[in-house]
Design a protein around this ligand. Sequence first.
Ligand code: ZN
Length: 258
Amino acid sequence: MAVYKSKGIVLRSIRFGEADRILDLYTQNAGLVSAIAKGIRRTRSRFGGRLEPLSCVDFLAYQGRTLDTVTQVEVLRSFHGVREDLDRFEAAGNMVAVVRAISGGDEADRRVFNLLYHALDTLEGRTSGFESIKAAFSLKLSVLAGYTPRLDACVICDRGLKEPLDGEPPYFAPPLGGALCPDCRAASGDAFPLPPGTLSALQSLVALPIREAAVEERLEESVSRVVSAHVLAHAPGGAPGRALAARGGAGWRRLHPA
Ligand SMILES: [Zn+2]
């Protein structure tokens, strides 16, 4: 029975029976893991701290056929400040859904773990701008998963889209994974126009560290629309919500093969 040790962030924690919990964790060394933690709800449990969703833990487990079994766990950081605030918690819930939607397999990606950790840390430390953190997180995750949206030039004709463009605005085409110039907008029936500044705002979110994520209020809506459409177009089964149910999915449909 293979025993392993890893850091993980609890994505979901469900009561099971009298004193057990079933956990879904995004781990540093093994990607997405489902495990049972026994005896967790007994007082003086050897697990000590509570295993609430979003907690970052260090744990020891052995592999099982469907569920691993957690034998030791230490809470490194509870992200209490995120869990106890509705707006922050909602933003975190959205990020967790996106992680699950694109990380169906057991491909471990330390960078995904780190990104989620830093996103939660930023959420906890900030008092506003949660939309920006959410958008930056989803964009960065799509880049890590190999679905970098093309934002600097038209995906069809390669024309540069450095703003301001004269005349018409650029478009975003979710199924094509990037922006379209006004001339090519007919290439995708799903393309929608972008208010001036949207493309540069998106580029900054990709380029800057997540703690610096900041989108002007007037662009929040268009930025969020692009980001959710991009995730939706490439997550297996479509919406992250549905992918939640499809455990062990095949990962994202490859748009730009590595
Ligand atoms: Zn074009």
